[in-house]
Design a protein around this ligand. Sequence first.
Ligand code: A3P
Length: 324
Amino acid sequence: EQFGGNRVGTIRLEPDGWFFTSPFITDANKIYDFKFKPTDIVIMTFPKCGTTWTQEIVWTMVYNPNLDNPKRFLPGIARCPFMECDFLMKNLSKPLFGEGSFLHDAFVQANPDRNPDDGIFIQLAELTENPRMIKTHLPFSLLSPSLAENSKIIYVVRDPKDIAVSYCHHSRLLKCHNFFGTTSDFVDHFVNDTLVYSPFWKHVKEAWKLRNKPNVHFIFYEDLKADPRSEILRLQKFLDLNLTDSQISNIIHYTSFDVMKEREEKNMVGSEMELAELSNLEVQQKDGGFFRKGISGDYKNKLSSEDIEKINKWTKEEYSRNGN
Ligand code: A3P
């Protein structure tokens, strides 16, 4: 079946309706049992909301304010481990980060006493230096309560119409998603909550409920795009940092779309060659790579008026439900 999921098949987790790849189910408890520390900084998002961008901004603010940390050349998902990544990918015939991949082999070399089959990313998340920076697309209810209790959580969200465009592109671009449908098919999956990490609105609402906690920080992609300096200043307050104006200016430039695209696209998984192997080159040439466009409102160019209406209607219904 073609859908915005993963070719290993997806499954709905009841009673809440979370939609996942089947290997995730086997290991969901392992992820749930991951204990967060008060010093952890967790970037939590529904896919395609600006995770990679936020990770790079936050990692740079904390670890690389002078842009000279030698670790800056490591893939972002290793510096800020994507904690559930192994379990999403596990049953692929050619696992994304299996033996022979840069990340797998670097992990084995650096941690000879660890078994990569227990998951590279969850172990990287465990082992990474303090303050640990961790990426997840999982919602609060599938993660340990220790997270909401006291870790620093940065939740990024974006206009769902732009998410639909970006997630659809991502699902066509990365071969493992095996999605060959139309944009309209994809929008149907989005509003019917049959994408990996759906239901979108449940994901957002769980975080929104916690927005007033002092350890929860919300970012809207659109705000970050319109005024990165203000958002970085807000982040600096949240993270209790003390960067100079010139450091902030340098970080804004270093994490701007064109500069990041140039630097990170080839660096994302360890090598340009590996990325090319994972990507559908036809899609890449036609519509761009992982760093597709990086703007707000591109849905106006990409979605039909029917699809826009479908998402708007879904949004309105979700807003009126339970008074949220
Ligand atoms: P588009 O497909 O709309 O271009 P995620 O990291 O959560 O998967 O999100 C990916 C989206 O963020 C993509 O959106 C990508 O281009 C955009 N993005 C990545 N880096 C960015 C940056 N530095 N500035 C603006 N947008 C960025």
